[in-house]
Write a protein that binds this ligand. Structure first.
Ligand SMILES: NC(=O)c1ccc[n+]([C@@H]2O[C@H](COP(=O)([O-])OP(=O)(O)OC[C@H]3O[C@@H](n4cnc5c(N)ncnc54)[C@H](O)[C@@H]3O)[C@@H](O)[C@H]2O)c1
Ligand SMILES: [Zn+2]
Length: 360
């Protein structure tokens, strides 16, 4: 794919492709917007690896104010937001200023939240630089921060003015981060598009050289789902596939500390469990279950838990259950490419999924 692709989100465009810098320049120079100030939010890695690339390709931005925060999920807090709001005041940002979120999901989640609340909301745009933020976090309008380790507990729905996705940024992304985004790509294929599954299955993630078509298809899938359910009343739940077990794996690995799982790694293991559950109660053929498990394990390292851990893992899921009105709500797949929402199952079956997971 050489040309730029433009996807219409609810009320903003998403530009995908190497030529997205051209669109960015057009946007910056457009008389329609006449921003008084450009502010770019970065963390230290993005400042080092991505900011020079951006400025080189959009030279008007060299006059921007750069706001830097420390990288890491642990900094996605209201305390950091307070520093950012103050910084905006110090820099005399007004209602005609625009915040450019250059970075991964932490930057777009928190930058979007800060922009949407500063002076009752200033405009912001996203330039995602991780695979995860390119196919997931930078689109969909969910912005916010964590509160006392509760993920994304504080936030709102607020859309960017535009999103510019350029895979040139992926060149410097560490492999672990690339894998994290790839889990969401696998999820998109499994819940929505059997042909897309065939395409990504052709090669393991470390052999992918051309990301543009993959990113495009994933964004199309997520965007289509969101357009039909912007505030997660129903359909948007399909995006939760792999995440009920996945979050339990994620919390487990953080608590027991012997090997931290990234979000994507945890979701990959979660998709194994939830594919098994799909086989048990949603009609997923056994051959497809085997296909999914084999492909996931050819890309992601198996996260070993033993029988003693089953209870702990189970507790994390029950904890979630309490938070969701005593009802564990799963999104499953009835076949590759077809999701079914609002699936419930017994505790015993959940344990069977963990048993299955331990046995592979
Ligand atoms: N809003 C949503 O719909 C949504 C969806 C999925 C995830 N999220 C959120 O996204 C966050 C995770 O996103 P993430 O994985 O992008 O994390 P991240 O922003 O922490 O980025 C991961 C790491 O990569 C570094 N980095 C970023 N771009 C780089 C580049 N091009 N080269 C080298 N290093 C680079 C960052 O400094 C950071 O250390 C979580 O907070 C999650 O809750 C939000
Ligand atoms: Zn996820």
């Amino acid at each position: 794919m050489s040309k730029i692709k433009v996807i219409k989100a609810i009320n903003y465009p998403i530009y995908i492709g190497k030529a997205s810098f051209t669109r960015l320049n057009k946007y910056i120079n457009s008389s329609e917007f006449k921003y008084t100030k450009f502010l770019i939010l970065v963390d230290e890695n993005v400042k080092q690896f991505c900011l020079p690339v951006l400025i080189k390709n959009a030279d008007k931005l060299k006059f921007s104010e750069i706001i830097e925060i420390k990288s890491g999920e642990e900094n996605k807090t209201i305390e950091t937001c307070k520093l950012l709001w103050q910084k905006l005041i110090d820099l005399k940002a007004d209602r005609k200023s625009v915040l450019i979120n250059l970075g991964g999901g932490v930057i777009s989640d928190m930058g979007g939240f800060v922009a949407s609340t500063y002076m009752r909301g200033i405009k912001y745009i996203n330039i995602p630089t991780t695979l995860l933020s390119q196919v997931d976090a930078s689109i969909g309008g969910k912005v916010g921060v964590n509160q006392n380790k509760l993920k994304n507990q504080i936030g709102l729905f607020s859309n960017p003015e535009a999103v510019f996705i350029n895979n040139v940024f992926l060149k410097t992304l560490p492999e672990k981060e690339l894998l994290s985004g790839f889990a969401e790509i696998i999820k998109h294929a499994l819940i929505a598009d059997a042909d897309y599954w065939k395409l990504i299955k052709k090669q393991p993630v470390d052999k992918v050289r051309e990301w543009e078509d993959i990113i495009l298809r994933s964004v199309e899938i997520k965007n289509e789902i969101i357009k039909n359910d912007p505030e997660e009343e129903n359909l948007r739940k399909v995006l939760n596939f792999g995440h009920t077990f996945g979050h339990a794996f994620e919390t487990f690995s953080l608590k027991f500390n012997y090997k931290f799982l990234s979000h994507g790694e945890a979701i990959a293991m979660g998709m194994i469990c939830e594919s098994y559950l799909s086989y048990k109660i949603a009609g997923l053929p056994e051959s497809q279950l085997d296909e999914i498990v084999k492909y996931i394990l050819s890309n992601f390292e198996y996260y070993k838990i033993n029988k003693d851990n089953i209870e702990e893992l189970f507790k994390f899921m029950i904890h979630d259950k309490k938070r969701e009105n005593n009802n564990l709500n799963f999104t499953l797949i009835s076949s590759i490419g077809k999701a079914v929402i609002n699936q419930n199952c017994s505790n015993d079956l959940i344990k069977q999924c963990v048993d299955y997971y331990c046995s592979i």
